[in-house]
Design a protein around this ligand. Structure first.
Ligand SMILES: Cc1cc2nc3c(=O)[nH]c(=O)nc-3n(C[C@H](O)[C@H](O)[C@H](O)COP(=O)(O)OP(=O)(O)OC[C@H]3O[C@@H](n4cnc5c(N)ncnc54)[C@H](O)[C@@H]3O)c2cc1C
Length: 303
């Protein structure tokens, strides 16, 4: 779209229209919305109820040690004690480099900002069928609307829109604080994106930490000794694994990545499902060696 600096994208019928802009310049396609906290909470509750699973919250892992014990070759040290285990799976996303220092500068944190903003009575209630993006010359925001009567807009993003962005959010793991530059931008989106003159205000705001990788693809697979610094096990005895670095899209990738990783843990890395891009997502030294912090930032700037 030439002319305007921004474009509001309505995701209704993208597949049907094959991303061809319509007469109003909008690209439309189907969308869906989920309530992640309820969804994950329900899955966890079912697992705890139906399987021999224990969930230890507020229990950071502080160290992993390799032991010469065939039945339990790893010792995971936590703030509340030690766990002896056969397998270790690093699914700490942006924080993975803490226990795998070889990932420093290859998998790094980026803080993202969310808001919930009220809308006036006159604003259409389309939350049960639409979501939008405001696409900027650089970067974009994502917008859904509550399907409830209040029609509040859930507006997130704002990255690359403020001069302070780099100082504030790149490399930050502090989700106890807001991103002032993103917030400043996001509170203007109802006006510039939808032309709402009055009657909107930020009702809720929070930040979350995403994990970005040097090449934009996640790490899903086995972690070898050349990355962990810990001796490899005989495959049958156990192993160290990773599923992290979703580049801000974990909710759409984790499910099948988790299934593929489970299959690899049970049957070996050569037996990943054939639909899974095992080579592209592999956490190998060769892949890590191609990543630089500068390259990662350059890629982010091109989003
Ligand atoms: C603002 C925002 C918008 C997003 N929008 C989308 C979207 O539209 N679509 C999409 O697909 N995804 C989106 N995401 C990304 C998605 O939320 C993440 O990719 C997903 O939550 C990653 O899940 P995870 O379990 O791998 O990591 P996280 O949810 O980051 O969980 C990692 C966990 O590891 C814990 N941890 C860290 N270190 C340790 C340690 N040493 N010991 C024990 N535990 C530790 C952390 O406390 C944390 O609970 C968004 C994220 C943000 C912040």
């Amino acid at each position: 779209v030439s002319g305007p600096r921004y474009l509001v994208v309505d995701y209704l019928m993208v597949l049907k229209e094959m991303c061809v802009p319509n007469a109003t310049g909008c690209i439309t396609g189907p969308a869906g919305a989920a309530w992640p906290y309820r969804f994950i909470g329900c899955i966890l509750s079912n697992m705890i109820r139906d399987f021999d699973v224990s969930l230890e919250t507020f229990t950071p892992v502080t160290n992993i040690a390799r032991k010469d014990v065939i039945s339990h070759p790893f010792e995971v040290q936590t703030s509340r004690g030690v766990i002896a285990t056969k397998h270790v799976i690093h699914c700490t996303n942006a924080y993975a480099a803490t226990l795998l220092p070889a990932l420093k500068g290859k998998l790094w944190p980026l803080r993202g900002q969310m808001t919930v903003q009220s809308v006036p009575e006159s604003f259409p209630r389309l939350g049960n069928k639409r979501s939008w993006s405001t696409i900027w010359a650089q970067g974009f925001d994502y917008i859904t609307q509550s399907a409830a009567n209040d029609g509040s807009l859930y507006i997130g993003g704002g990255a690359l829109q403020g001069g302070l962005f780099w100082d504030e959010d790149v490399g930050s793991t502090d989700d106890s604080k807001q991103s002032s530059s993103c917030l400043k931008h996001l509170e203007k989106v109802p006006k510039i994106g939808f032309g709402i003159a009055d009657g909107t205000q930020v009702e809720k705001k929070w930040t979350g930490i995403m994990g970005f990788t040097g090449d934009g693809l996640p790490f899903v697979g086995q972690v070898g000794h050349d990355i962990s610094g810990r001796e490899d096990c005989d495959t049958a005895a156990g192993g160290e694994w990773i599923a992290a670095g979703w580049d801000g899209y974990g909710m759409v990738q984790c499910w099948l990545a988790g299934r593929a990783l489970a299959k690899m843990i049970v049957s070996g890395t050569d037996n990943a499902p054939e639909w899974f891009p095992a080579a592209e997502f592999a956490c190998t030294k060769a892949r890590l060696d191609k990543m630089t912090p500068e390259g990662g930032l350059r890629r982010l700037l091109e989003i």
